[in-house]
Design a protein around this ligand. Structure first.
Ligand SMILES: Nc1ncnc2c1ncn2[C@@H]1O[C@H](COP(=O)(O)OP(=O)(O)OP(=O)(O)O)[C@@H](O)[C@H]1O
Ligand SMILES: [Mg+2]
Length: 437
């Protein structure tokens, strides 16, 4: 069984075509052959009538380019002649031949002859060797099937082309599905799809719809859970802060400090989960135009004290005033996540350079650091939720870059992380591009 539809169609059609061609060829050959024999009999009839009325007795003259094989022999039948025991007389035809068409042996060859009796009782035979007649008939019959033999290979090539073209929408559809990212669940287009494929596309679209609904439910569950946990965590923070004023031993204070760290981490995880759920609902083509330059300046100003504490030089290389189609909160979260990563992974004495500019059709936001960069093996998975790579430092959830990616996706932008070329020293370059509208 051939697995491919193309293979099946082509083989089926090819077998059918060759089968039909063989049957048609056989029938055409037979008919043309019989027709040629009938034609030769008709000629014999006419020559016979002529010989019977004019006492012709010879081979008909072969003038011009008459084919030697088509020549007709005319012979008077003399009484008394008879076939020898092997039906092989020297040259005479037996005198007891009845009138009409018959096939006889003469001189070792088979002849098709027509015998006529004249009004005066004399008899004449006209004939041709059967082999010659068959050869002439075969020649003309073969000529009828030559075009068929030439056309069949051409037809096979045409069938291959037509099958290939007809199945192209199917490969296009498969490519379309393959190119879909798992988190992009918009429906497949139904325009320019052959009618036979429409039910198939419709069921894929229904499936995509169900998957999208499931994703949505899951997202809402995470958001609700994170939201519900916010209040108890806030209460825990307050309780821990109250303990600061309590009369605690040195050991108690140390334990309180690690308790606070734990609570802060949990709080951060909840905020990141909430952000992930909030920005995880596909694209929003009609977000508000927001001035990004101003937001970026505010985020950098917020992080300056932390940078100073770590002795990291955080500053702008280039900043212009440009607008991006995203909510201000989303832009703040994006900038914060990238800058937070850069500061966290840059050692003391290092540098974090921020740039914002317009280039071609894009607004480009870039963060360069002088940290360790990300191992190439981790780069492919770095946008996966909870993936922290093999060189992660400090606290973190592994959600920051997933959130950044989702925010950028909302306005059809792109985000790329790459290690700086070795000539520029170690460090990571994060580049975000937003379409300039
Ligand atoms: N600038 C950077 N330099 C080196 N490694 C980085 C840099 N930015 C990100 N990474 C690596 O990518 C991982 C994932 O980053 P991501 O921001 O998603 O999570 P996180 O920083 O660990 O957690 P969170 O952002 O929630 O605090 C980090 O754990 C780190 O290993
Ligand atoms: Mg991060």
């Amino acid at each position: 069984m051939i697995a491919s539809l193309r293979g099946r169609l082509y083989t089926g059609l090819a077998i059918l075509t060759v089968g039909m061609a063989l049957a048609a060829g056989y029938l055409a050959y037979r008919w043309a052959f019989d027709e040629a024999i009938e034609l030769q009999d008709a000629i014999l009839l006419q020559v016979g009538s002529l010989a019977a009325s004019n006492h012709l007795s010879t081979t008909l003259p072969s003038e011009g380019n008459i084919d030697g094989e088509a020549q007709v022999l005319i012979e008077e039948i003399r009484p008394g002649a008879a076939a020898d025991a092997r039906g092989n007389p020297a040259s005479q035809l037996p005198s007891d031949l009845p009138d009409g068409f018959q096939t006889v042996m003469r001189g070792g060859t088979q002849w098709r002859i027509l015998v006529r009796t004249r009004s005066d009782g004399s008899r004449v035979a006209v004939g041709q060797p059967t082999a010659n007649r068959d050869e002439v008939a075969q020649d003309s019959a073969l000529r009828t099937i030559v075009p068929l033999g030439v056309l069949i290979p051409c037809l096979m090539v045409l069938i291959a082309v037509v099958v290939d073209r007809s199945l192209r929408p199917l490969s296009r559809l498969a490519r379309h599905l393959d190119a879909k990212q798992t988190d992009h669940l918009e429906k497949l287009p139904t325009s320019a799809i052959p009618t036979e494929l429409l039910p198939f596309v419709a069921s894929i679209n229904r499936l995509l719809e169900r998957i999208a609904m499931m994703f949505d439910k899951q997202r809402r569950f995470v958001a609700d859970a994170a939201h519900e946990l916010r209040t108890p965590i806030t209460a825990l923070v307050v309780q821990a802060e109250n303990l600061d004023h309590a009369n605690l031993s040195q050991d108690g204070r140390e334990r309180l400090s690690s308790l606070k760290t734990g609570i802060r981490r949990t709080g951060h995880l909840l905020e990141q989960l909430l952000a992930l759920a909030r920005y995880d609902n596909g694209t929003s083509a009609d977000g508000p135009q927001t001035e990004f330059g101003q937001i970026l300046k505010e985020v950098v100003a917020d992080l300056l004290p932390a940078a100073r504490d770590k002795s990291v030089d955080l500053g702008f290389v280039r900043i212009v005033s440009v607008s991006v189609r995203l909510e201000p909160v989303a832009l703040t979260v994006l900038a914060r996540n990238l800058l937070d990563n850069a500061l966290r992974h840059t050692p003391a004495g290092g540098q974090v350079d921020v740039s914002l500019f317009a280039e071609n059709e894009f607004v480009v936001f870039r963060v360069d650091d002088t940290g360790s960069g990300i191992p190439d093996a981790d780069l492919d998975r770095i946008f996966e939720p909870f993936f922290r790579g093999s060189r992660s430092q400090g606290e973190g959830t592994g959600l920051g870059l997933s959130i950044a990616r989702r925010i950028v996706d909302r306005c059809h932008g792109s985000i790329r992380l790459q290690n700086k070329p070795s000539a520029e020293g170690p460090g990571l370059r994060a580049t975000v591009r937003f379409p300039l509208k």
